[in-house]
Design a protein around this ligand. Structure first.
Ligand code: HEC
Length: 99
């Protein structure tokens, strides 16, 4: 029983990681394959942000309440279709990228 639960958790974590990487693909065009670029020369470098900072800022973009460089509307479009689980997964992925 215990082994089954552990296995389920491991599979869940693996799927989550895969999702995050897949969800990040379209972000790479601006933020760099490893989140190492200033998107359009404007954003902060996102691979140095913590998972919590990433989750918070992406939720704020989705809600339309964040606009730090005058391009919040652009980022709102990027995450508009992302669910809360998607935001968590992509944040986890970005914060796990090694610089
Ligand atoms: C077309 C280019 C482009 C794409 C694609 C894009 N971004 Fe951005 N991103 C930006 C810009 C420009 C900003 C600065 C927005 C502002 O004014 O607040 C930004 C800001 C951010 C920030 C906050 C960093 C800061 O400056 O505080 C995060 C986190 C982020 N983007 C993550 C993502 C994720 C995750 C995706 C994919 C779902 C994505 N971005 C796709 C251009 C892009």
């Amino acid at each position: 029983m215990k082994k089954t639960i552990l296995f389920a958790i491991l599979i869940g974590a693996a799927l989550n990681a895969a999702d995050g990487a897949a969800l990040y693909k379209k972000c790479a065009a601006c933020h760099g394959a490893n989140g190492e670029k200033k998107a359009l020369g404007k954003s902060e470098i996102i691979n140095t942000m913590s998972k919590e900072e990433l989750t918070t800022s992406l939720k704020e973009y989705k809600a339309g309440t964040r606009n730090t460089k005058g391009m919040g509307a652009l980022m709102k479009g990027q995450v508009a279709s992302y669910t809360e689980a998607d935001i968590t997964a992509v944040s986890e992925y970005i914060s796990s990228i090694k610089q």
